[in-house]
Design a protein around this ligand. Structure first.
Ligand code: E4P
Length: 217
């Protein structure tokens, strides 16, 4: 399973990248706002750190304008994946940009039918949003599972990029289902290292070690 980090925070990306935890990055307009940086500048910096796909999202709503924005974003670096919303105009944009050989990430996916359309339009990645479905009492993980089954039934090569991941357990479940990629905020990736029994065990080892009176160095 590939790990993308869902942030435009360059320091956080660099820290995880040094550990080999970053296969790519996803950003969106809200994450650009949070970074307080210029979209072109920050995306260029991210692409200089990470060699895998870096998603940069268009903000126009009409296909013609989305295509122009997508082409401009794709000029930033060869590893840009143009992110487009799952609207009819977004699908048109996906078809045009993917036909030009650009990577396209179709985002804001909330149904299996939407995922089917994105695959038909040549998407490199489909981003179903787990957390936002859970927020309205629907089952985000079930959607990942449905898309996996449908894509496998027909051999679509669009990669399932599980998004809107809020917990470490979401990551486990996505890995079990067979999502190709997951994107999560740095805090969720770090939380994957935590276990109450690890903390408890380490605490006991430290207490016993102190009693030995020994030192390793
Ligand atoms: C993915 O590409 C999105 O940027 C992100 O996962 C959305 O997550 P959220 O629902 O927690 O904002």
């Amino acid at each position: 399973m590939k790990f993308f980090v869902d942030t435009a925070d360059v320091e956080a990306i660099a820290e995880l990248n040094d550990l080999g935890m970053v296969d790519g990055v996803t950003t969106n307009p809200s994450l650009i706002l949070k970074s307080g940086r210029d979209i072109i500048e920050v995306t260029k910096e991210i692409c200089s750190i990470v060699s895998g796909p870096v998603s940069a999202e268009v903000v126009a709503l009409k296909a013609e304008d989305m295509i122009a924005e997508g082409r401009k974003l794709a000029e930033i670096a060869p590893n840009i994946a143009v992110k487009v919303p799952l609207t009819w105009d977004g699908l048109k944009t996906c078809k045009v940009l993917s036909s030009e050989g650009k990577m396209v990430n179709v985002t804001l996916c909330f149904s299996a039918n939407q995922a089917l359309l994105a695959a038909k339009a040549g998407a490199t990645f489909i981003s179903p949003f787990i957390g936002r479905l859970d927020d309205i009492n629907l089952d985000g993980l079930e959607l990942i599972s449905d898309i996996r089954e449908i894509y496998d039934n027909y051999g679509f090569d669009t990669q399932i990029l599980a998004a809107s991941i809020r917990t470490a357990n979401h990551v486990t479940q996505c890995a079990l289902i067979g999502a190709d990629v997951m994107t999560a905020p740095p805090a969720v990736i770090k939380a994957m290292a935590s276990h109450v029994l690890t903390d408890k065990g380490l605490d006991q080892f430290m207490k016993d070690w102190a009693k030995t009176g020994q030192k390793i160095i």
